[in-house]
Ligand binder design. Structure first.
Ligand code: ZN
Length: 309
C-alpha cells in the first residue's frame, strides 16, 4: 500500500519536475523519507508484534497476565495477588456490588516483561521505575522478579483503576483522594502511614486540608513536601474508611462521581459527622492526635522501637 503510493508520488514528480537535477534531488529526498517513515511507524509496531509473539497468557476472573515462558512462576504469583487485591480493594472501598466490572473482555491486562531493561524500553519510564499503569487501556506493566511489583505496585495501581472506574474523571475529585486510596491499599505501609502522620503532627508539619486539596503534587519541587502530601492523603483516606466504614466512603465517592462538590458529597455521606471540608479536617486531626502505633526503625546498625502511646 505504502510502496504503491510512493511509486505514484515518484511518477507524478517525474512528470512535473523539469531537468534531471531536480528529479534526482526529489528521488533522493523520497528515498530517505521513505525509510524514515518506515523506521518511525513500523519499528515500534514491529517490537510490539515481536513481543506479542513471545507472550504467554494466564487468565483469571478479572485479570489476564502476559509473560514469557521462563517467567511462568512469577506470572502465576502476579495473577494470584492481583485477584486477591481486587477483592480486598473492592470491599475496602465499598464497591463490592460492582464486582462484575472487570470480567470477560473487560479484564485488566498485566504485562510482565522479562527484565527491567525491556520494561523500561517498552514503557519509556524513568530508570528507577518498577511498574506503571495505563488507565485508558487498563494495562499494568512490570518486570519479572520484582518483589515491589507484587507487594506494592500491583495493589496501588489496581486501587487507582478500581477507583477511577467507579468515580470517572468528570467530578471534583481531589488528587489527595485518588492517591490516598491507592497508597492506603499498599497494606504493609499502613502502620508506617500512621506513624509518619503522627510524627508530622508532633513536628507541626501537617498541611492545612484546604492547601492539600488545592495542591498538585506532580508540580511540587521539594521531596519533603511531596512525601508529606502522600502521607496525609493516605491517612485521610484510611481515617474515612477505618473510622466510618467502606459503605459511607462509597456513598461519598458516588456523590463526587455524580458531580457534587466536595462539601456536598461529605454532607450527604456523613451528615452527622462531617458536613464539609472544615469538619473533616477537625475530626481527622482528633483521630491523628489519638493514634497509637509502634514501629521498628533502623538507625545505622541499630534497630530502634518507636511508639506513640
Ligand atoms: Zn498513585
Amino acid at each position: 500500500m505504502i510502496r504503491r503510493q510512493l511509486t505514484e508520488d515518484i511518477r507524478q514528480i517525474n512528470q512535473s519536475t523539469e531537468g534531471p537535477k531536480n528529479r534526482s534531488f526529489f528521488l533522493v529526498f523520497l528515498f530517505f523519507s521513505f525509510f524514515a517513515f518506515l523506521y518511525s511507524v513500523f519499528l515500534p509496531l514491529f517490537s510490539v508484534l515481536c513481543y506479542a509473539q513471545a507472550w504467554q497468557e494466564l487468565k483469571g476472573d478479572h485479570f489476564i497476565v502476559y509473560y514469557e515462558k521462563q517467567d511462568e512462576r512469577f506470572a502465576k504469583d502476579a495473577l494470584r495477588h492481583s485477584e486477591h487485591y481486587y477483592n480486598d480493594i473492592a470491599s475496602d472501598l465499598g464497591y463490592v456490588r460492582y464486582s462484575g466490572f472487570w470480567q470477560w473482555d473487560k479484564r485488566v491486562k498485566v504485562f510482565i516483561y522479562p527484565s527491567q531493561d525491556s520494561f523500561l524500553k517498552a514503557t519509556g519510564q524513568p530508570s528507577w521505575s518498577v511498574g506503571n499503569a495505563n488507565y485508558d487501556t487498563k494495562q499494568i506493566m512490570g518486570f519479572t522478579g520484582s518483589d515491589e511489583f507484587i507487594n506494592s505496585i500491583l495493589a496501588h495501581e489496581i486501587a487507582h483503576l478500581i477507583f477511577r472506574d467507579f468515580v470517572g474523571f468528570k467530578g471534583e475529585v481531589p488528587l489527595w483522594l485518588d492517591e490516598g486510596v491507592a497508597q492506603w491499599q499498599e497494606r504493609p505501609k499502613r502502620q508506617l502511614v500512621k506513624f509518619f502522620v503522627r510524627s508530622l503532627m508532633k513536628d507541626g508539619k501537617l498541611m492545612k486540608l484546604k492547601d492539600l486539596t488545592a495542591m498538585d503534587v506532580r508540580k511540587v519541587p521539594g521531596a519533603d513536601e511531596a512525601k508529606n502530601f502522600y502521607i496525609q492523603a493516605a491517612s485521610l483516606v484510611g481515617f474515612m474508611i477505618e473510622e466510618h466504614g467502606p459503605g459511607k466512603f462509597a456513598d461519598f465517592c458516588r456523590q463526587l462521581r455524580d458531580g457534587k462538590s466536595l462539601d456536598d458529597a461529605l454532607r450527604f455521606a456523613y451528615p452527622a459527622q462531617m458536613r464539609d471540608l472544615g469538619e473533616l479536617e477537625e475530626k481527622w486531626l482528633k483521630y491523628v492526635s489519638g493514634i497509637k502505633v509502634t514501629v521498628q526503625r533502623r538507625s545505622g546498625d541499630v534497630m530502634q522501637t518507636i511508639s506513640y502511646k
